[in-house]
Write a protein that binds this ligand. Structure first.
Ligand SMILES: [Mg+2]
Length: 370
């Protein structure tokens, strides 16, 4: 196992309720796996984000350094390994590290089988797609800018626009949404309040906007308010989704068990990996809860991995929240995400499709990690 910490420059500062950052610290992980006679290299990414994961990149380095000392982390890595379960159990509280390590192993498996990652993620008998529909993220903008971006989304082939709400007063929000609806009647609208409302504010907001054909209202209430979200989903004419409430994974499971929420927006790095995400998708399917996959602002490694999962699973349908590559001025591949006509078009390259590079050079020595 080997890793490199990178700081990737962002196109604009990322402002969250916890911090403002102009570059994104990530850790690129590489594992060499013993496949019985031959070895395969796989890549993963650990990219904690304040507010979503309690971990920092420095802490992730400590976790990996400790793990690298364990007998389970022998070189090369063996999958038939008594310590592997224990090692993954030990990462329960560090979901972004678990996501990175699991991804590196799955990527190695797919490369060894000479197939794209989506083929090792697909349920048995299901042929993965090579196209993933995406939503267009509008972000926070005034009325004119929002209308302009909505027009751009339609021109670029997107069927759904995602808007941030909750930063202005209700009248202004309603004016903005009506202006967008008037301009682009055919565009599906998804709203994300990032937990900005209390219950009565959310109800008033829904009453004023339900006639506008809103496809999904994401995280109207605070992340911890699961009972409020369930109650709102019971009475709302608009589908209610949970995003921040889906992490940690135990909360997502609680929501699924209650079976009242309409949709889950799942960030695989926040729930501990692609495989835990698949278990959530399967459970949500049984309860008829929609699932939308989204990124935690990962580099090209994480984005591609999540796109591969979206293409792999038959229950994942409709636009996904994966068009976040434009945030990055520098990234870990020279090739940008292949997005056209509102869809991510996945090539047939093995694994995640590329080996990470930084400033034109491979992230790791050509001979593979030590
Ligand atoms: Mg959200």
């Amino acid at each position: 196992m080997d890793w490199r910490v990178l700081r990737l420059r962002l196109a604009k500062p990322l402002v969250t309720s916890h911090q403002t950052v102009s570059d994104r610290a990530i850790l690129v992980l590489s594992v060499t796996v013993d496949m019985g006679g031959s070895t395969a290299v796989g890549y993963g990414e650990v990219a904690p984000l304040a507010g979503w994961t309690s971990l920092s990149v420095d802490h992730a380095v400590q976790v990996l350094s400790t793990m690298a000392q364990s007998p389970a982390c022998q070189k090369p890595f063996r999958l038939a390994n008594d310590g592997l379960n224990e090692m993954f159990s030990g990462l329960r509280d560090t979901p972004s590290v678990r996501f990175g390590l699991e991804l590196a192993l799955l990527d190695a498996l797919a490369r060894h089988a000479d197939c794209p990652l989506r083929e090792v993620l697909a349920p048995p008998g299901h042929r993965p797609s090579d196209r993933v529909e995406l939503q267009y993220a509008c972000g926070i903008a005034d009325i004119d800018e929002t209308v302009e971006r909505a027009g751009r989304a339609v021109e670029s082939g997107y069927s759904h626009l995602k808007l941030k709400v909750g930063a202005s007063d209700l009248d202004a929000e309603v004016r903005r949404l009506k202006a967008v609806r008037k301009e682009v009647a055919e565009l599906g609208l998804r709203l994300d309040a990032n937990g900005a409302f209390d219950f009565s504010e959310a109800r008033r907001f829904i009453d004023r906007t339900e006639a506008l054909g809103i496809d999904l209202f994401e995280q109207p209430l605070a992340a911890a308010d699961l009972s409020g979200l369930n109650k709102l989903a019971d009475i709302s004419a608009i589908d209610i989704g949970a995003d921040e409430s889906c992490a940690p994974i135990a909360r997502a499971r609680q929501l699924i068990e209650a079976g009242r929420i309409d949709a889950l927006v799942i960030k695989p790095a926040a729930v501990g990996g692609l495989l835990p995400t698949i278990s959530l998708i399967e459970a949500a399917r049984e309860r008829n809860i929609r699932v939308v996959l989204s990124t935690l602002l990962e580099s090209a490694i994480g984005r591609r991995a999540i796109a591969e999962l979206a293409a792999a699973h038959p229950y994942i349908a409709g636009p996904q929240g994966l068009a976040t590559g434009d945030w990055f001025v520098t990234d870990v591949t020279d090739t940008p995400d292949s997005i056209a006509d509102g869809h991510w078009l996945l090539d047939g390259q093995p694994g995640i499709g590329f080996s990470p590079r930084v400033e034109g050079q491979p992230c790791f020595d050509a001979g593979g990690p030590s």
